[in-house]
Design a protein around this ligand. Structure first.
Ligand code: BV8
Ligand code: ZN
Length: 240
């Protein structure tokens, strides 16, 4: 197949959104069956809601933990993880909180919006990694403050060191592959512009057009698993 092949690049950034997990069964945010269609994030997924009713916010996040725990990385995740085992340096910059990239074996991951399986105390800010379980203990054993999901909700600032690491990886890449994001949430949606400035080859994988499509050289209009297999075309090791 003509077009870019992963093996031709030395420094690859995969920039992923909820569409990367759609074929694993994780609901997206905005598409059909999107989680924000069913649940108002102002009631279940923002700091104000958490201060108002932490138990309700936990009920919602435990429900999401249950959903994600039943899902596993699809073939696209394994192609991304294997690409990282080769000569090319690969960085995953993800907006997803489901932890599927790490589960598939990717190592260099910038989780821009946090992780569903990690908590942080709302008072002393200590962090704790949870297993794939429903969280029952809601009070910090250190200071008695409330544990909150270590997720970046709307209105929360991103963790600067993670955003800086993502930006640095993108400024140094020669291939930038965006997979399954609607490109409407900031500051994540600013990142493709850095790839354009870096002169990287830019590929957008998404069945649909997005507000950022004009920033890309190549548009692969189909599902993540199939389109990633195309980018790995003929590369038995990546497609194994
Ligand atoms: C902040 C975790 C400082 C939470 C999330 C500048 C301009 C305008 C607004 C702002 C701005 N700067 C800040 C804002 C405000 C706000 C924002 O961006 N609002 C938007 C809506 C306009 N940003 C913030 O609040 C950020 N914080 O800026 O702090 C500050 C503070 C106060 C005031 C000002 C500034 C924090 C943003 C992070 C929020 N947290 N997630 C949780 O999960 O509970 S955002 C969440 O939605 C995701 O993480 C992701 O980032 C985002 C979008 O989702 P996508 O991943 O793209 O998924 P979506 O469902 O939308 O699309 C799926 C796509 O996949 C579709 O295109 C579909 O076609 C495609 N697809 C489907 N199936 C497949 C597929 N693709 C491939 N294969 C398939 N099979
Ligand atoms: Zn504490």
């Amino acid at each position: 197949m003509s077009g870019p092949h992963l093996r031709d690049f030395k420094r690859i950034v995969f920039f992923t959104g909820a569409g990367m997990s759609a074929e694993s069964g994780v609901p997206t945010y905005r598409g059909a069956g999107g989680i924000w269609k069913e649940y108002d994030y102002r009631r279940y997924a923002c700091q104000e809601a958490f201060v108002r009713d932490p138990a309700a916010v936990w009920e919602f996040h435990n429900y999401r933990r249950g959903l994600v725990a039943a899902c596993s990385p699809n073939r696209g995740y394994h192609i991304v993880a294997r690409a990282g085992e080769r000569s090319a340096r690969v960085t995953v910059v993800t907006q997803n909180i489901d932890g599927l990239h790490a589960q598939a074996g990717s190592r260099e991951i910038c989780e821009l919006h946090g992780n569903l399986w990690r908590v942080r105390c709302d008072r002393c800010h200590v962090k704790q990694q949870d297993g794939h379980v429903v969280r029952e203990e809601l009070r910090c054993d250190g200071c008695g403050g409330w544990w909150r999901p270590d997720i970046v909700w709307f209105g929360d600032h991103l963790h600067a060191p993670i955003l800086d690491a993502a930006q640095a990886a993108i400024e140094g890449c020669d291939l930038f592959v965006s997979i399954g994001t609607s490109a409407v949430v900031y500051p994540a949606a600013y990142l493709p512009e850095y790839a354009r400035k870096a002169g990287a080859v830019r590929v957008e994988i998404n069945p649909d057009e997005t507000p950022a499509s004009h920033l890309y050289d190549v548009h692969l209009r189909g599902p993540a698993t199939e389109m990633l297999a195309r980018l790995a075309d003929g590369d038995a090791e990546l497609l194994a």
